[in-house]
Write a protein that binds this ligand. Sequence first.
Ligand code: SF4
Length: 375
Amino acid sequence: MATDGQPPLTDTPAPASDADALLRLENVVKWFPLRSDRFLRRSTDHVQAVDGVSVSVRPGETLGLVGETGCGKSTLARCMARLYDVTSGRVVFDGDEITTMARRDVRRLRREMQLVFQDPYGSLNPRRRVGSIIGDPFAIHRVARGAERRRRVRELMRLVGLNPEHYNRFPAEFSGGQRQRIGVARALALRPKLLICDEPVSALDVSIQAQIINLLADLQAELALTYVFIAHDLAVVRHVSDRIAVMYLGRIVEIADAEGLHARPRHPYTAALLSAVPVPDPDLADQRERVILRGDVPSPINPPTGCRFHPRCPKARDLCVTEVPALIRRAGDPASHLTACHYPVEAGERLAAERPRLAAEHTEWRGDPNGGGPP
Ligand code: SF4
């Protein structure tokens, strides 16, 4: 463990992003301008929703993306699918850079990459019959018409576990889980390579969540799909993911194989999230120490300097306030485990209950010749 106030010297930079990745994000930034001067229509502030994310998704894997509400994961998902234009950076899908792609080519991209949304109630038009909702992609992309379209829709309904005889029903006649199946069927209509599932089970009852997760797993095996699975619940993400990326305030702070991340979280934020995951074994639950994070997530309009987690981090030191930690492999970790932290959590280490006071945050007080306390 580094104890001298400096980060360990044996860390190594992250390897170059996978050349054979299906989806590759390189230093993606997405800022939303805030109009602060209504008269001149100038924007001086920005919501820094995503700030320098690099990550790749390999064919056939599930990459879990986890973090608290507002950490930027849904914005990142929309950047991946070119629903948002990025502020800077590159998104490469199946060898094509989509960040600069012409609009007509984005239409082709939609066949290969689809989103499944969080709200199965809000994402379906209540006035349209389910058969026509699921068949929309066939109509939009002029793939199938008439009887052929109806046949394919019924096939999709069977594939996702819906009764094809319910073709003419309206969304309100289905339960929450069935509506999410409708959303999945629509997303699969054009046989995409990649599904981006944005909180696909968080609006569902716990008993239904497992059914949808199992359905997604079965479809992945049957159709050789690749998933990006977004959720705020680390237990759900662990269950479905091969690798997990943890986001905090617009940045990825840790990424690793699902099991490696759970066995040995290295970022204090990941350790805190994991300590809050319920465990079924009461003895294990008693032994486990809960890491309580103090304070709220800071505003993405004016994020903290250096490590964005430093105002809440129980391990924060002065270096954390001034220097952004790189997302790199830390000493002793496998090549696939990258952490953005100057002082990663060591095996068996207990995180302090209180965050330390940092001299770097109280420069005016340090200079006070009368020796008064910090404000
Ligand atoms: Fe905490 Fe510093 Fe690591 Fe950030 S860089 S997570 S503040 S120890």
